[in-house]
Design a protein around this ligand. Structure first.
Ligand SMILES: [Zn+2]
Length: 147
């Protein structure tokens, strides 16, 4: 079976677009705030190649509230449970599902499938949610219009 060259990048581009889309639902962005940086946790088994995701970030965010933002990736190694050692073990990037200490098969995956947005950094502090205080009900709705 031949693997189409570039198929990988297309996959990461759609993952990046899905991340942007889900960030866009955040209420802090409702006032037109821009995103400066996003931190995403990527597990070794998530099916996402970190370098390709980083590469796709520019095109995926182009023309959006996250254009020009930085993508920080927190890579999570694959962790399995070894039933023989009764211990958690980390496996190398390209795993055999066997305990690196004793060689027992390790069917139970503990970590490594993650693909989650951990945090984002927003530029416009006026648009971020602020605690409402008595007599200041217009707080947070400051808006600057270019002339
Ligand atoms: Zn073991």
């Amino acid at each position: 079976m031949r693997r189409r060259r570039g198929g990988r990048d297309v996959h990461e581009l759609s993952v990046a677009q899905a991340i942007v889309e889900s960030l866009g639902r955040h209420e802090a962005l409702a006032g037109g705030a821009r995103v400066l940086a996003v931190t995403v946790r990527v597990g070794a088994l998530s099916g996402v190649v970190p370098a390709a995701l980083r590469f796709a970030w520019g095109p995926a965010t182009e023309g959006t509230f996250a254009a020009g933002s930085r993508l920080d990736l927190e890579e999570v190694p694959l962790a399995v449970w070894c039933p023989a050692c009764r211990a958690e073990r980390e496996l190398p990037a390209f795993p055999r599902f066997a305990c690196p200490a004793c060689g027992a098969p390790t069917p139970e995956i503990l970590r490594g499938r993650e693909l989650e947005i951990l945090s984002m950094e927003i530029e416009d502090s006026a648009a971020s949610p602020l605690p409402r205080t008595e007599g200041q009900e217009r707080q947070g709705s400051r808006r600057q219009r270019p002339t």
